[in-house]
Ligand binder design. Structure first.
Ligand code: ASP
Length: 336
């Protein structure tokens, strides 16, 4: 099912879907992920969670699943930077605050697994660019051909006509989308950049939380630009004492506010996942209300009881949830 169909379905069933889980009891295992493209990602993670697997293995499996999709929003099929090169950002974090990340990684199919190797096999947290690629090759990953997916190639060609860097808010809601792959808009008539990131959070049967993020980042960015996605505390943060959070949208705004760390700290103060995400969104908007009207940022949070929630600046952000009790897409609440 493509993203548009998901959104249509979500809209049709809005009265059913718009409530958030009651804040009582515990749900585990559970996995939540950004966007409607999170449904099959959650299914991949659930394979592991439902068999008593760890949340760490589950989030990696979910991220691998989406990185495997051709013409997808993330992974090597994603949008290139303004020089026509796809650079990948990814990170992973577990219940003990172990974490690993890669940024600006080229020609490697599974940045999430490289991030996990950084976490497990090095004393470091983040490797970038050529060094990250070298590390990947040393650890058995192979170099993929340097070529854009068919859709990304067409979009980039269109975009080059004007070469404007202008992220558009949830673009599929305001413009007709061309036929594209099953996971996310690959391109639009004018090659407009969109943004899409897969962030997922899981709680396993042992009440351990983990999170993973994988993305090709903002389309048509300056070569070398790194967004929030691989930055611990910005695109992902996990604290087993409290909960975990991830983000999607204009990464610079998330970095400026240490977005997901902020969400987790609000949960520590007693806010529900939804309320904590709202507080973090408000912080972004308060800093620059004018700019906030033109951008999108969405936060998604899961606490250590399996309660979840999301909040975005603008309408259009949705997330996917899978547990033994539910398997669905939920539209996020929004501020503006
Ligand atoms: N947050 C990502 C970035 O700034 C983009 C996205 O969420 O689509 O690179």
């Amino acid at each position: 099912m493509n993203r548009r169909k998901f959104l249509t379905l979500s809209a049709l069933s809005a009265p059913l879907l718009s409530f958030q889980r009651p804040l009582t009891g515990s749900t585990k295992p559970i996995v939540v992920s950004t966007w409607d493209s999170g449904m099959p990602v959650n299914a991949a993670a659930w394979e592991i969670l439902s068999k008593n697997g760890t949340s760490l293995d589950a989030v990696e499996a979910g991220a691998i699943y989406i990185e495997n999709q051709i013409n997808c929003c993330v992974g090597l099929g994603g949008y290139p930077d303004r020089d026509g090169i796809v650079t990948l950002d990814s990170c992973i974090m577990d219940e003990k605050a172990n974490c690993g990340a890669v940024a600006g990684l080229e020609r490697i199919k599974h940045p999430i697994s490289v991030a996990r190797k950084v976490m497990e096999n090095t004393p470091h947290v983040l490797l970038v660019g050529a060094g990250a690629q070298q590390f990947a090759l040393e650890n058995g990953f192979t170099l993929e051909p340097q070529q854009l997916s068919e859709d990304a190639q067409k979009a980039y060609k269109e975009w080059l006509k004007k070469s404007e860097y202008k992220p558009v808010i949830n673009i599929e809601n305001i413009k007709p989308v061309k036929q594209h792959g099953p996971f996310a808009p690959a391109f639009f008539d004018d090659g407009s950049p969109n943004h899409d990131t897969m962030g997922l959070l899981a709680l396993d049967n042992l009440f351990n939380l983990s999170g993973a993020v994988t993305t090709s980042g903002m389309a048509y960015k300056i070569h070398g630009r790194v967004g929030d996605s691989p930055i611990i505390g910005a695109g992902l943060f996990v604290d087993n004492e409290v909960g975990a959070a991830t983000s999607s949208g204009v990464g610079e705004e998330v970095i400026r506010t240490c977005g997901t760390h902020t969400v987790v700290e609000f949960m520590r103060q007693g806010y529900s996942p939804t309320a904590a995400c709202k507080k973090a969104v408000e912080r972004i908007v308060k800093r620059n209300p004018q700019k906030a009207k033109e951008i999108q940022v969405g936060f998604l949070a899961l606490n250590n009881k399996g309660q979840y929630g999301a909040y975005a600046i603008q309408k259009g952000f949705v997330f996917s949830v899978k547990s033994a009790m539910e398997n669905r897409i939920i539209p996020s609440r929004h501020l503006l």
